[in-house]
Design a protein around this ligand. Structure first.
Ligand SMILES: [Ca+2]
Ligand SMILES: [Ca+2]
Ligand SMILES: [Ca+2]
Ligand SMILES: [Ca+2]
Length: 413
């Protein structure tokens, strides 16, 4: 939202005729856009970022009360008057930066910085004293347009904290809110947290965020007192994260219980997703009762992509009984969320060959069960993985014959 004086604009309108009229329309259109109550965004799990590389920060403690902060801050538009835009200790708990607009004239303060990082962000504490609010902060390119261009803003507006065109949450008066914004300049999207909670994700920036020259603390054209504190502008990098999104064996879901015949095989399949935008390399281990049975080394995934890895567990040499099968993706350097690198546990019983129902005996009921699923292929409703003894995805005459050839066998206690 550009700063503007309605009075000045009306004067311009009279002086400039058609051009002034067009300008007035543009300004009114942007006011309408700003005041519109926007749809809220779904909140998804918090993206964690690695430690921030601070470009500048300011807690405003080093400046005398009543002064305008030095240290790179500039007053671009003076709102209610230069004397209002000052350091104060009137709002607990510490000194803060008071900005007051006035009807028809904004406050814009900015501090220039330069960064070529693709991920830049800011954190700031902000407080307002009336529901109309007016405080808005964010990135800025002041010279690029007549009233400057703002990027990835957060504002108090008519009872809501708003970012860009998205309503984040309601706010209370005279209450500090800690805002964090991370802007992805390549993707032209940004995320917003309020008091540590992700409130909006992947908001779309229309202009090129590499144009950004400054960070701004501003107030709309209302005679309202707003306060800022603990500003931090930073570069950051996404924390690497891989996640196991699915895991199953070729017997998963089978009734009465997933089983595999002794000396035969089952397939175990894991899906792993790279949740960060950078390429990563990791290992995947398949385990049975916590002992490795398959190992995939140096799996490489490009950013935001996924892979499916299938291994085979050969039960030869394993005694009859219940086993837990799972897969684990190794931890990436710097990865914080490692819980999601583990798959769920899949339980499977190693049985006598042909003991489809896992009752310790190869009976006519088992052979009948295989026969009743004859000719079913994997993916078809009649396909029962327990009956596919050789795990080739088809319940064939060979499976029936295998079961029949073990008829009458019984587990020895
Ligand atoms: Ca302070
Ligand atoms: Ca992870
Ligand atoms: Ca049986
Ligand atoms: Ca088969």
């Amino acid at each position: 939202m550009p700063p503007q004086s309605i009075n000045a604009t009306v004067t311009n309108l009279l002086l400039l005729g058609k051009e002034g009229e067009r300008k007035m329309k543009r300004i009114l259109a942007s006011i309408i856009v700003f005041l519109f109550v926007f749809s809220s965004f779904a909140v998804s799990p918090q993206k964690i970022h690695a430690s921030d590389n601070v470009i500048f920060q300011d807690d405003f403690e080093s400046y005398p009360v009543g002064s305008f902060p030095t240290g790179g801050w500039e007053l671009v538009y003076n709102g209610a008057g230069t004397e209002y835009q000052k350091i104060t200790d009137s709002v607990p708990p510490s000194k803060s930066f008071q900005l007051v607009g006035r009807y028809g004239w904004s406050v814009v303060t900015k501090r220039d910085f330069s960064s070529s990082a693709s991920l830049i962000g800011y954190e700031v504490s902000m407080l307002t004293t009336e529901y109309a609010g007016g405080a808005y902060c964010g990135f800025l390119n002041q010279p690029i347009a007549q009233w400057g261009r703002s990027y990835a803003t957060v504002a108090f507006s008519d009872g809501y904290l708003v970012s860009g065109e998205s309503q984040l949450q309601t706010f209370s008066l005279n209450t500090w809110y800690r805002v964090r914004v991370v802007l992805d300049r390549n993707a032209r999207t940004w995320d917003v947290w309020v008091d540590g909670v992700l409130r909006a994700e992947d908001l779309v920036e229309a202009h090129d965020p590499y144009e950004i020259l400054s960070f701004q603390l501003s107030v709309q054209w209302l005679m309202i007192y707003n306060y800022y504190d603990d500003v931090k502008v930073f570069e950051t990098t996404p924390t690497p994260n891989i996640k196991v999104t699915a895991f199953a064996t070729s017997k998963s879901g089978c009734s009465p219980i997933p089983s595999v015949a002794q000396n035969y095989t089952l397939a175990a399949k894991v899906n792993v997703k790279n949740e960060s935008p950078s390429e990563c390399t990791f290992n995947v281990t398949f385990l049975v009762n916590e002992t490795e049975f398959a190992f995939f080394e140096n799996v490489t995934l490009s950013g935001d992509s996924a892979v499916e890895i299938t291994s085979t567990w050969n039960t030869t040499g394993y005694s009859l009984g219940t086993y837990v099968i799972k897969a684990v993706a190794s931890t990436l350097p710097g990865e914080l969320d490692t819980l999601d690198n583990n798959s769920t546990d899949e339980v499977v019983v190693v049985t006598l060959i042909g003991d489809i129902n896992c009752d310790g005996y190869v009976g006519i009921d088992d052979i009948f069960m295989v026969a009743s699923h004859f000719a079913a292929e994997i993916g078809q409703p009649n396909y029962n993985p327990n009956c596919d003894i050789n795990d080739d995805g088809y319940i064939g005459i060979d499976d029936i014959f295998t079961a029949a050839s073990h008829f009458g066998e019984e587990e020895t206690p």
